[in-house]
Design a protein around this ligand. Structure first.
Ligand code: 5AD
Ligand code: SF4
Length: 434
């Protein structure tokens, strides 16, 4: 009889993909994935450490699982991901119900760790092995949809003063382009039409043979049957000339780019150790727009960074107006243990809360404006799933907006020409042309 594994993932897209790959490692052991924790023989919490709230979710969820574990002492519980990496030993000490801990770089070892957990050994593996974890992972098992993620780079060498990523994901490592290409070709053979290349600092990609992200994108664009390429997340300083040029001359590279800036104030950018100024960022945006005028940008912002004044914050709002982001994420600053900024005095909560609200309203204004500008335009939509109402299907536009369309005979995986007819809170709708 097969055993069941339930994986709950928090945080970024890379974590979602890691969760899927964790299940892949357990398939040869006879595990199948289940969507219900109650049915599982093994529960893995694939955790995120980026902000305090994300980390707290791990401990709340473990609290909730206590009853289930009491009912079924055979149930094994594992903590994986970035909280595991950062606080593995601590979790084992504080949480007797946890049977195993494994970090993001070592989860290819899950089958042996599960064996050890079954013997009651409570293994903790938070190594950064020298080998490429992807070489140790089995082939992707789950049937991919039409749009798939592919990790090409992990870790970060930038050390922004607020960020745990260099500690949880380690330093920058890039997979060999030839291996990425082989994975993409395999996915395309299985029906994938769009790939998003993932990395914590993806545009710093440079493989052992010196292949850059731009070169990799140009190579992948030659894969027959692959229709769309995206990449995320990028740092402004790593947008090199060739990558900017690729946005103009690689047709399959989609006109949407997530390029976090965090703040519009030079003083705050310096305190954040971002290593770029507001002017540097705006210059990169201008060069990208010159290469590809219809590029839609998104960004991340932090409200209430230590030392941020009203004037600094006003400069962030001005920068948002200057760029006109099509979407953005904004977060209240959260002090993270072990980061340089954690030593600094935080702003009063009320100030940070208020700034976050103002930031969100500003971002929403630009998102609505950008979405509204799509009305009447012809866009391409890759259909990914069935929609809310009967006959409705939804997919993503070139600019990454969700678009709902209706009509007979629309299939998942279709790439349709659509005229946008309406804009809603976080999506668009349109009609199929022809
Ligand atoms: N507090 C608030 N937001 C943070 N981010 C990263 N670290 C922190 C922190 N300590 C945000 C940044 C980053 C995004 C993934 O999360 O904006 O780009
Ligand atoms: Fe969270 Fe960052 Fe880890 Fe992703 S890499 S799970 S965002 S801490």
């Amino acid at each position: 009889m097969s055993k069941k594994v339930f994986v709950k993932s928090y945080g970024c897209q890379m974590n979602v993909l890691d969760a899927e790959r964790m299940v892949d490692t357990l398939v040869p052991k006879g595990y199948v994935a289940t969507g219900r924790a109650e049915d599982a023989d093994l529960i893995l919490l694939n955790t995120c450490h980026i902000r305090e709230k994300a980390t707290e979710k791990t401990f709340h969820e473990l609290g909730r699982l206590r009853a289930l574990k009491q009912e079924r002492p055979d149930l094994k519980i594992g903590v994986t991901g970035c909280v595991a990496q950062a606080e593995g030993a601590e979790i084992m000490r504080r949480m007797p119900l946890v049977d195993l801990v494994v970090g993001p770089q070592s989860y290819f070892r899950l089958p042996e760790l599960v064996d050890q957990a079954e013997l009651g050994l409570r293994p903790v593996d938070t190594e950064f092995p020298a080998e490429d974890k992807f070489d140790r992972l089995p082939k992707r098992h789950a049937a991919p949809g039409p749009a798939a993620f592919v990790t090409i780079q992990e870790g970060c060498d930038k050390f922004c003063a607020f960020c745990v990523v260099p500690y949880t994901r380690g330093n920058e490592v890039s997979r060999l382009a030839s291996k990425v290409r082989a994975e993409v070709e395999d996915l395309v053979e299985r029906g994938v039409r769009e790939v998003t290349l993932l990395g914590q600092n993806v545009n710093a990609y440079r493989d052992g043979a010196g292949v850059t992200l731009a070169a990799l994108i140009r190579d992948l664009a030659r894969v027959d049957g692959l229709k769309r390429i995206r990449y995320t997340t990028s740092h402004p300083n790593d947008m090199d000339d060739d990558l900017i040029a690729a946005h103009g001359d690689v047709e399959k590279l989609m006109p949407q780019l997530h390029l976090p800036v965090q703040s519009g104030s030079d003083r705050v950018l310096k305190a954040m150790n971002r290593k770029h100024t507001r002017a540097d960022y705006l210059a990169v945006i201008a060069r990208l727009r010159a290469a590809r005028p219809d590029l839609v940008f998104s960004s991340d912002f932090i409200a209430g960074f230590p030392g941020e004044t009203d004037r600094d914050f006003a400069q962030t709002l001005e920068l948002i107006d200057a760029v006109g982001f099509g979407a953005a994420f904004s977060f209240k600053y959260s002090a993270r243990p072990g980061t340089p900024a954690a030593e600094r005095e935080v702003l009063p909560d009320a100030v940070a809360d208020e700034r976050l609200q103002v930031l969100q309203a500003k971002i929403a204004h630009h998102q609505y404006a950008t979405q509204a500008s799509m009305i009447g335009r012809e866009v391409n939509v890759l259909i990914e799933r069935t929609g809310r109402s009967a006959g409705q299907m939804t997919g993503k536009s070139d600019h990454l907006y969700p678009v709902a369309v209706s009509g007979p005979d629309i299939a998942i995986g279709d790439l349709l020409k659509v005229r946008i007819t309406a804009s809603h809170a976080n999506s668009l709708s349109g009609e199929i042309i022809g």
